[in-house]
Ligand binder design. Structure first.
Ligand code: BEZ
Ligand code: FE
Length: 303
């Protein structure tokens, strides 16, 4: 008869999974139990602390709705999302670096003609984004869908605002690369913004005296058939939060120098109405397979 004291308990729980048919599930469950037990042992976790942890996880679940995923946010601020990304992208071979998808990807965007202003009517400094998608040898990849999305000048995504479904997308679009692998669009210069702090994740950030800011960036999801889907951001050089991103998502290679321009014409030959910014950034794709991520939102709304 096993004695369930603090040393033999772990072995007993691991043994309980021995009939698991799927070897990967068996391995994942065993390792999860080992790490959790190790944490409890190492910290001498008290009942109060255990109850608090259960309450935080409960409230994390309760905060999830069809448009908000508090568990992903928790994973992001604990560095788990970036770690999963890192272990799955160890070999880059010169391909563009990856980073977190984030909670504001809402699924495939509507294709728009090159040059479109994706932020019409929004306040902010104007920016022209030009880019090229190539393979590792620099050969252009044509006909590739590229989803882009970013926050507005107040630091909010369109999907965080009321009536998103009826108002339609803003600072969010899909472009299809041309024969030379290029795409370009107009928008506003994004600013740094706080992740949502009105839930248990924000509570933890504030209680531990961390700041909730992400440095300014534009998200890109490039999904070329025959290549690994690329989920990344391009960050704005000089942002004060580059070194302390709350979700640990910045990589040097993803920081772009944004040129301030006063030319009367933008690169597509159309007039510029004020001083404007130019973001130029090219994406190199690594051959492979994979499915582009889908937004991971809950099915039912709780309120
Ligand atoms: C974002 O960049 O949209 C984001 C990523 C992780 C957590 C919160 C926001
Ligand atoms: Fe973002």
């Amino acid at each position: 008869m096993p004695q369930f004291n603090d040393t033999e308990l772990t072995a007993a729980v691991i043994k309980s999974f021995e009939e698991t048919p799927d070897p990967r599930v068996k391995f994942l469950m065993e390792e999860l139990v080992k790490s959790l037990h190790e944490y409890v042992r190492k910290t001498d976790l008290t009942f109060d602390e255990w109850t608090y942890a259960i309450d935080v996880l409960t409230r994390t679940g309760q905060k999830c709705t069809s448009s908000r995923q508090e568990f992903i946010l928790l994973s992001d601020v604990l560095g788990v999302s970036m770690l999963v990304d890192a272990v799955n992208h160890r070999e880059r071979e010169g391909a563009t670096e990856t980073t977190v998808l984030g909670p504001f990807y809402v699924g495939e965007h509507k294709p728009m003609p090159h040059g479109t202003d994706v932020s019409p009517g929004l306040s902010g400094e104007s920016m022209f984004v030009q880019s090229r998608v190539t393979d590792l040898k620099g050969q252009p990849l044509a006909g590739v869908p590229v989803d882009i999305w970013h926050a507005d000048d107040d630091g909010f995504y369109d999907s965080q605002k009321p009536n998103y479904e009826t108002r339609g997308p803003s600072s969010r679009a899909r472009f299809i690369t041309d024969a030379d692998g290029r795409f370009f669009f107009r928008t506003i210069l994004p600013c740094s913004y706080p992740i949502p702090t009105d839930g248990p994740v924000g509570e933890m950030i504030l209680q531990t005296r961390r700041h909730p800011m992400r440095p300014a960036h534009v998200h890109f999801l490039v999904d070329a058939p025959g290549y690994e889907p690329l989920v990344t951001h391009v960050f704005i050089e000089g942002d004060r939060y580059l070194d302390t991103d709350v979700v640990f998502g910045v990589k040097d290679e993803l920081v772009a120098k944004i040129e301030k321009r006063t030319d009367a014409l933008m690169p597509d030959g159309k007039p510029a109405s004020a001083p404007w910014h130019l973001m130029s950034y090219d994406f190199r794709m690594r051959p492979g397979k994979g499915t582009a991520p889908k937004p991971m939102l809950t099915v039912t709304e709780d309120a």
